[in-house]
Design a protein around this ligand. Structure first.
Ligand code: C2G
Length: 135
């Protein structure tokens, strides 16, 4: 069984996230998503999410491509995660290109996939804000 892992916040889940998860799953048979906790988002990523960790976890667990959701609590856990979860392939969007190449030293294939260009959680929030202003 080939095991794939990816990491992220996945707030206001949208089709860009789904495109990433679908392609990530195609690299193996089992996809693990390491989901950023509320504390990690606020304290280390500078993100205030609309949905809580539990709500975001619930959404991810309902996606056919996702087999397991674990928590991402800090930047440093990736190396141990590769061994703890017997990962074969690490996948991230290419906005992270090059940032996680060091994981290859753990015997893991590192893959960066193209982002879906026109959509982002930030864009959703600003578009909704502008729409409300227009009313
Ligand atoms: N993504 C994408 N296309 C978009 C938006 C996001 O392919 N239009 C991808 C990102 O590249 C990432 C994943 O979807 O691989 C999750 O995106 P975010 O929730 O924004 O993740 P991020 O905040 O970048 O967290 O340790 C790694 C970090 O936790 C990654």
């Amino acid at each position: 069984m080939k095991r794939v892992i990816t990491y992220g916040t996945f707030d206001l889940l949208h089709y860009g996230h789904i495109n990433l998860l679908r392609r990530a799953k195609s690299f193996g048979d089992y996809l693990i998503v390491a989901l950023s906790t509320d504390e990690f988002n606020e304290n280390k990523k500078g993100k205030k999410t609309y949905f809580s960790y539990e709500q975001r976890k619930n959404l991810l667990e309902s996606i056919r491509y996702v087999d397991l959701v674990i928590s991402e609590e800090d930047w440093e856990q990736k190396k141990t995660d590769m061994h703890e979860y017997h990962v074969d392939t690490f996948v991230m969007g290419d906005d992270w290109k090059g940032k996680f190449d060091y994981l290859a030293d753990e015997g893991v294939e590192v893959v960066y996939l193209s982002r879906t260009p026109e959509i982002s959680t930030t864009k959703i929030k600003s578009d909704l804000f502008d729409t409300n202003l227009a009313k």
